[in-house]
Structure formats: C-alpha cells, structure tokens
Design a protein. Structure first.
Length: 405
C-alpha cells in the first residue's frame, strides 16, 4: 500500500509547491509593498531549489564500500569505508545513507553506525566509515545502500536503494589446544606431547590422493604416472589416532561456545598430525569423512562458520540412528551443551562397539554442574562414557591432567 501511495505523494507535494509559488506571487501582486514582495523573493530561492531537486536523479550516485578482507574470526573488529561519487555539482543539502546489513551484523555492537548523515554541498566525492567492534560468526551479506535526500522545508523528499553486494565469512573463534589421545595416556604418561602423530613409513598399505602436508618422499611415482595425478603412499599407523567428532546442533544457550570448542578441537587434532572427521545435523545433515591436512581444516571451519542451531532431532537420536558410526575405525568425540540420560545410554551403547566414548559437556564461565548432571556423570562412568566438563574461556584445560583423571 505504501509503494502505491509514494508516486501520488510526490505529485501531491509538487502541486503544493506550485500552489505556494502562485500564492506568494499573487499576494505580492495584489497586496504590494515591501513586505509582500520580500516574502515572495525570500521564498522563491527555496521554491526553485525544490523544483530543481525534484528533477535531480539519485541514479547518478556511485556508492561502494571498502572491506579490508573477506575472511575473519569471530570477535574481530571490522572497519568499513563507504565512498560516494556523483557526476554533477548540483548542491545537495544532505544525504542520509544507510548500509543495509543482514540481521546478525545489524544487531552487533557498532562503534560508529552504518547509517550516516552527510552534508555534501557542491562536492562530487565524499565518504564515511563505520566499525563493527565484534563480528558474529557466520556468512554475512552486505546487501545495498538506502539513500535519502530532500530540501530544507521538507517539500521534496527522494529515496533510492543502490544495489551493491559484498560477502564476508566469519569463522568461529578458536583457542590453541594441546591435543593428546586418550587411548594411550596410561602407557605414555599424563603429559601431552607436542610431537606430531607418526606413521610407520616402512610399510605402505596403499595409495591415496596427494594432500597438503604430505612429504615428497611419500609420493608413489608409478601410481602417479598411471593415474596422471599425484598419488602418495598410505602407511600403516603404529596406532590409530583418527578421531570422529559429532557436534550437537539442538538450540541451546551455549551453542556458540559449542561451535567454538569444536573448532578448537578439530584444529588441535589436525595440527597434531592426526586425521579427523565431523558430523552435524542442523537443517541438513553434513558429514565430513576422516581426513588430514590443511584443506580438511579449511572445509571444517567453513562449515562451522555457517552452521546454525536448527536441529529438530535430539542428540541421542542422532547417535542412535547414524548407521555410519559402525564403519568408522576411530575414536568418537561428542560435543554438546546439555547432558541427558538418553544421551548417556546411546553413547554407552555406541561405546560397546567402538570403545570408550568421550563426551565434552560445554558450560558457561561460572556455571557449576547441577545435581542431576553429577548423577548423570556417575552413570556415564558406569556405561564406559568419559564426560569432560569444559567451561567457556577454559578450553586449553580440556586435555589437562586434572580433566583426564
């Protein structure tokens, strides 16, 4: 209804402007004298400017934004510079320009607002900037610019949306963790080693596609020549260090912390030299097979940047219905912001087939376990499920000696 009224509103205001010009001129003609003619000549510049502004086109504006880079981590600041250029020097009293952001960015904390009032006058080029102090995780889109202008009296108002789309990806914030395998902590002591996972390079069990980080000496030249692609030898590991991570995507107040810890965990595993995979069920099911290397890390982080807490399936149902778990020869890590009895039971049943399951329970900075959670942790220990409580801001202690006991 508003869009239908806008053209009539513009015509109506133009008619009112012409009526005021005729009215003041008629008053000066019939009344005569200094006051009446002074009134007419005083109003005439404003009226002529309004007529000129009514024919001024906002299409001549060229608006662009300068964004330093496209990849960020959650919590980083973003400084955006908006540049405006126009072809004519027609005097403009003001421009009200608003950068149309998506909702997460719009409600994020801003040092200077994305909406600015500019007084260009006769200038053809001008700019303004705004800062988002803490970027939220996600893939964000800068849609367009909404430009408004008008005259001092408010008789002529113009509005135009200028399409100019930019995208940035904000990866989840992560903490440097020192990962160690739980399976051998009794054999090798409680101290986490900084050495990377080693493979037995004396026994090649097959070939696979080349991955960033593979050594030059691992290349199988015969297989590479046959397939016309670089192939590397697949060696038998002295001990399996593969890890498969399952993240809970049910709406929860700790979901952002869950994502951040999952990112930190995956990064620590891959930096250790082990291989890892990930399963999430949000709006859609997403499964990443167990692999290693920088490319795997990039894919996992990109997925975690876009993931939302939109799962309609409870975490225990995910574990119960996922038949792929039986095909994985790896350690299983579960990451969730809530602990329930069905979850413990399903994790315990999975542990009967795959060995001891590790469940990371994510809590707030000052949150303590409830009585029900203490009871469930005791039940988990009886079901061969290791529950590690991880507090926000204390991810580095996840694999500490205290937590492993």
């Amino acid at each position: 209804m508003k869009k239908l009224w806008n053209p009539f509103k513009k015509v109506w205001k133009f008619v009112v402007l012409l009526f005021l010009i005729i009215l003041t001129f008629s008053y000066a003609m019939f009344q005569g004298g200094f006051v009446s003619w002074f009134l007419f000549y005083s109003f005439l510049p404003f009226a002529l400017y309004c007529i000129g502004l009514s024919f001024y086109s906002l299409n001549e504006l060229e608006i662009s934004r300068q964004i330093p880079k496209t990849d960020y981590n959650a919590g980083e600041p973003l400084k955006v510079i908006v540049n405006v250029r126009r072809n004519s020097r027609f005097p403009i009293f003001y421009f009200l320009i608003e950068d149309q952001l998506d909702d997460p960015l719009k409600y994020a904390q801003q040092k200077w607002k994305a909406k600015a009032l500019l007084l260009p006058g006769f200038r053809k080029e001008f700019s303004y900037e705004y800062i988002i102090t803490e970027l939220p995780r996600g893939e964000h889109v800068f849609h367009s610019f909404l430009v408004r202008t008008g005259d001092i009296l408010g008789l002529v108002e113009k509005e135009k949306a200028h399409k100019n789309e930019n995208k940035i990806i904000v990866y989840p914030a992560y903490t440097e963790l020192l990962y160690r395998s739980f399976e051998n902590h009794f054999d090798q002591g409680m101290t986490a080693s900084r050495e990377r996972v080693q493979r037995d390079t004396t026994l090649a069990i097959g070939v696979r596609d080349y991955q960033p980080g593979d050594r030059f000496s691992w290349i199988n030249w015969k297989a590479s020549a046959k397939r016309n692609e670089i192939m590397t030898k697949e060696f038998e590991q002295r001990q399996s260090h593969d890890v498969f991570v399952v993240m809970d995507c049910v709406p929860n107040k700790h979901f952002e912390v869950v994502v951040s810890f999952t990112a930190s965990l995956l990064r620590a595993i891959l930096k250790k030299g082990a291989q890892t995979g990930l399963l999430t069920i949000s709006r859609e099911r997403a499964s990443f097979p167990i692999r290693g290397g920088e490319n795997q890390l990039q894919q996992l982080f990109y997925h975690l940047a876009r993931i939302e807490a939109s799962s309609s399936t409870s975490f225990d149902k995910v574990i119960e219905t996922e038949g792929m778990f039986g095909q994985q020869n790896a350690s299983f890590f579960l990451v969730s912001g809530q602990l329930t009895k069905p979850l413990i039971e399903k994790a315990g049943f999975l542990g009967q087939r795959k060995g001891k399951i590790t469940l990371f329970l994510i809590k707030g900075k000052t949150e303590s376990p409830t009585e029900n959670e203490r009871t469930l942790i005791a039940l988990a220990n009886a079901r061969n499920v290791r529950v590690l409580m991880v507090h926000e801001g204390e991810f580095a202690s996840s694999f500490s000696e205290v937590n492993l006991r």
